[in-house]
Design a protein around this ligand. Structure first.
Ligand SMILES: [Fe+2]
Ligand SMILES: [Fe+2]
Length: 289
């Protein structure tokens, strides 16, 4: 039985707006995140960290960052996990530093490494101020290459905002990450077990330089990947991601915000008995869903 050494919870594209307003006039984005955090808190999981992959305040404004911080700080304390905040194209560097991180206002990118109990999380800031596409500088690529010359005991999760793989939505292809070919060459053969990103508002998997890539859903709302040609459509409903890191790789699992009505509930002992009774002569397939 494979047990994960680490579990991260990834929230992306939370798009918090100032108090008393709704995103696009209809979505209470902070309430979505609050619901997701409550689900994690109630779950039988002890995350190594809560990882935020950008677009945290829809307009990059101080009041929205303070609302977000107030909610997340309290929830993270109850969950007992550190919070890792990364920037997206909707964020503004100055207010992000001051109002979310409580640091001096700064207009510099925010790349960072967080290492805990053998797991390394590297966040690479793909924002290009004033633009919605992603980009990386020579300095950032050199920095990442140098970091990845060493290996972490339990491997590395590399987090970005802009996906380094294609989106089925043409508009998002225009807003994608530049220099992804160079990133592919840098991560190939390193200890990076998984690359995670956001930005797209739809869940997608792929690979880059032989490394699995997960594009996380947004907690705020979803992009309709089957919308008619020429139409960009956001739909109600969001999700977040559970990342599990094992000795031989990592998995990313989509979690919808809001638990659906149960189809069945079975305690593990009952399921074990059922499998024991049915495996020998009928196979276990009847118990699979
Ligand atoms: Fe977004
Ligand atoms: Fe974005």
């Amino acid at each position: 039985m494979r047990i994960p050494r680490h579990t991260l919870i990834q929230f992306s594209d939370v798009h918090v707006v100032p108090e008393g307003t709704l995103l696009h006039g209809s979505v209470d984005t902070l309430a979505n995140l609050a619901e997701a955090l409550a689900e994690v808190e109630a779950a039988d999981v002890r995350p190594t960290a809560l990882l935020f992959t950008g677009d945290l305040a829809d307009a990059g404004d101080g009041p929205s960052y303070r609302r977000l911080r107030d909610l997340v700080d309290k929830a993270a304390a109850r969950i007992g996990a550190p919070v890792l905040y990364g920037m997206g194209n909707h964020d503004t560097r100055e207010d992000f530093h001051e109002s979310l991180l409580g640091a001096p206002r700064g207009d510099h990118e925010r790349d960072f490494v967080h290492e805990v109990d053998g797991l390394r999380v590297i966040f690479l800031d793909t924002t290009d101020p004033g633009h919605h596409h992603g980009d990386l500088t020579d300095r950032q690529l050199r920095w990442l290459r140098e970091k990845l010359t060493t290996r972490a005991t339990h491997g590395t999760v590399l987090a970005l905002h802009h996906p380094p793989i294609p989106s089925p939505l043409a508009i998002l292809e225009m807003l994608t990450l530049r220099r992804h070919e160079e990133l592919a060459e840098i991560v190939a053969g390193t200890d990076v077990a998984l690359i995670v990103a956001g930005h797209a508002h739809h869940a997608t998997c792929g690979s880059l330089g032989g490394v699995p890539v997960w594009i996380a859903p947004a907690t705020a709302y979803s992009a309709d990947v089957l919308a008619p040609a020429g139409l960009v459509r956001g739909t109600v409903g969001g999700g977040y991601t559970r990342i599990d890191v094992y000795d031989d790789g990592a998995t990313a699992t989509y979690v919808p915000v809001g638990t659906g009505a149960p189809v069945y509930e079975l305690d593990v002992e009952t399921l074990r008995r059922y499998l024991a009774e049915h495996t020998a002569d009928t196979g276990a397939d009847a118990a699979q869903g």
